[in-house]
Design a protein around this ligand. Structure first.
Ligand code: PLP
Length: 389
C-alpha cells in the first residue's frame, strides 16, 4: 500500500523530525521551570532558548514574546477591552474583518454588540476604503471610545494575504490599537513585528511544523496585556500556569527551521501549487480558484469545480489516501458554506464545492501527481462521481 499524501498543512503541519526529537528530549528531562534547583533551571533555560528562536523568526524582542496554549489563546488574550485601556467588559469597540478565524470572530472578551465587521472584496482581501470609512465613523461618533482592530495577516482558507500595514496605519491614525492574527502567515512569508505595523501578533506552533497546543502572543513593544489566565507569575504575569516546556522547545526548533527554509520553501511550494492549479484548470476550464487575483500564500490553493460536492470528494480522496480539507464546515449534520467564501460573495452551490489543498515542508512532486490523479477520478467529470450519480 502506498504512503498517504498529506495536503492539509494549513490545518496542522506534520512535525519535522528535528522538532519531534527536541520535544522528546525535553519531555525526558522534566523539571518545573519555576523551580530553583538544577532540573528547574534546565527547564527554564530550554524555554528561554526557544523564546529567542521564536522572537528571531518574528523580529521581536524575546521579552515581548508570551507563550500561550496556541493561536486561539493568543487571539483571545489580545481581544480584551483592557487591551485598549477600558475597564474589564467596559465600553470599547472591536473592529474585525469578515474573514477572521472563529477565535477572533467570537470577539474574545468583547461583548457581541461591541463587535464591528468590515467586508472583504471578491478576492478575499479586506476592503481598505470600507475599513477607513468605518474607522472614520467610529472616531467621529465616539471620539473617546477606545478601539481595538484585529485583522489576519493571511487567510487560512484562501491564503489571501491582507494589507495589514496599510490597515494598521489607518487604525493608528484613528487612535486604535492593532492586533494581527499571523497564525497562517508565520513561517510562510517574512514577518517582522517591528515593521508590520501591528501592535501585537498571534502565532501558533502547529502551523509551522511544531507541536499542537502551543503558541505566542508577540508584542511590538513592552505594552500592557490583559492576562486571560491569572494566578502564577509565569510569563511575567501575562499568562499564569506552568509552561508547556516540551511544546515550547518544539516551537523554538520549528521556528528556527521555518526561518532558515522560508524562501526556498515558498518558491518550491509556489511552483508545486501553480502546477496543481494549471492542471486543474486544463481539466476543468470552469474551475474557480478563490483569491486568485490577490497576493496569496504560496502553499495554499482553494478551488471549486461547479457541480462537485466537497463532502463527497473529501471522503473519496481520503479513501484514495489523500488528506485535504473542505471550504465548508459541517455543523449539526448540515454542510454550511464557509463564512470566508460567503464574505467573498461566493454562492452556496460553489461554496459547498470548495476544496482546500495546502502544502508544506514534506510535500513532494509525486504528492501533487497523486492528488491530480485522484482528483481526476473523484471530480465531476471523473469516473467516481459519474458512477455514483
Ligand atoms: N488563527 C488562524 C488564522 C488559524 O488558521 C488558526 C487555526 O486553524 C487559529 C487562529 C487557531 O490556532 P490554534 O489551533 O493554535 O488554536
Amino acid at each position: 500500500m502506498s504512503a498517504r499524501v498529506y495536503l492539509d498543512y494549513n490545518a496542522t503541519a506534520p512535525m519535522r523530525p528535528e522538532v519531534r526529537e527536541a520535544v522528546c528530549e525535553a519531555l525526558a528531562a522534566g523539571g518545573n521551570p519555576s523551580s530553583v534547583h538544577d532540573e528547574g533551571r534546565h527547564a527554564r533555560g530550554l524555554i528561554e532558548a526557544a523564546r529567542e528562536q521564536v522572537a528571531t523568526l518574528l523580529g521581536a524582542d524575546p521579552a515581548n514574546v508570551i507563550f500561550t496554549s496556541g493561536g486561539t489563546e493568543a487571539n483571545v488574550t489580545a481581544l480584551a477591552p483592557e487591551t485598549v485601556g477600558a475597564e474589564p467588559g467596559g465600553a470599547a469597540t472591536c473592529v474585525i474583518s469578515a474573514i477572521e478565524h472563529p477565535s477572533v470572530r467570537a470577539g474574545g472578551r468583547f461583548q457581541a454588540e461591541d463587535l464591528c465587521h468590515v467586508p472583504v472584496t471578491g478576492d478575499g482581501v479586506v476592503d481598505v476604503p470600507a475599513f477607513a470609512a468605518e474607522m472614520e465613523t467610529l472616531k467621529s461618533e465616539a471620539p473617546d471610545r477606545p478601539v481595538l482592530v484585529s485583522v489576519m495577516v493571511a487567510n487560512n482558507e484562501t491564503g489571501a494575504i491582507q494589507p495589514v500595514s496599510e490597515l494598521a496605519a489607518i487604525a493608528h491614525e484613528a487612535g486604535a490599537v492593532v492586533h494581527a492574527d499571523a497564525v497562517q502567515a508565520a513561517g510562510k512569508v517574512a514577518l517582522d513585528v517591528s515593521t508590520l505595523g501591528a501592535d501585537m501578533i498571534s502565532v501558533s506552533a502547529h502551523k509551522i511544523a511544531g507541536p499542537t497546543g502551543v503558541g505566542v502572543l508577540v508584542l511590538d513593544a513592552d505594552r500592557p496585556v490583559a492576562p486571560l489566565l491569572t494566578g502564577g507569575g509565569q510569563e511575567r504575569r501575562r499568562r499564569a500556569g506552568t509552561e508547556n516546556v516540551a511544546g515550547i522547545v518544539g516551537f523554538g526548533v520549528a521556528a528556527d527551521l521555518a526561518r532558515r527554509d522560508l524562501e526556498t520553501q515558498a518558491k518550491r511550494l509556489g511552483e508545486l501549487r501553480d502546477r496543481l492549479e494549471r492542471t486543474l484548470k486544463a481539466a476543468h476550464p470552469d474551475a474557480i480558484i478563490f483569491a486568485e487575483g490577490a497576493p496569496r500564500l504560496a502553499n495554499t490553493s482553494c478551488f471549486a469545480v461547479p457541480g462537485a460536492k466537497a463532502e463527497t470528494a473529501l471522503i473519496a480522496l481520503d479513501l484514495a489516501g489523500i488528506a485535504v480539507s473542505a471550504g465548508a464546515a459541517c455543523s449539526s449534520g448540515k454542510v454550511e458554506p464557509s463564512h470566508v467564501l460567503e464574505a467573498m460573495g461566493v454562492g452556496h452551490d460553489l461554496a459547498v464545492a470548495a476544496i482546500r489543498v495546502s502544502l508544506g515542508w514534506g510535500t513532494r512532486d509525486s504528492d501533487i501527481d497523486q492528488f491530480i490523479a485522484a482528483w481526476s477520478r473523484v471530480s465531476p467529470s471523473g469516473t467516481a462521481e459519474r458512477s455514483a450519480a
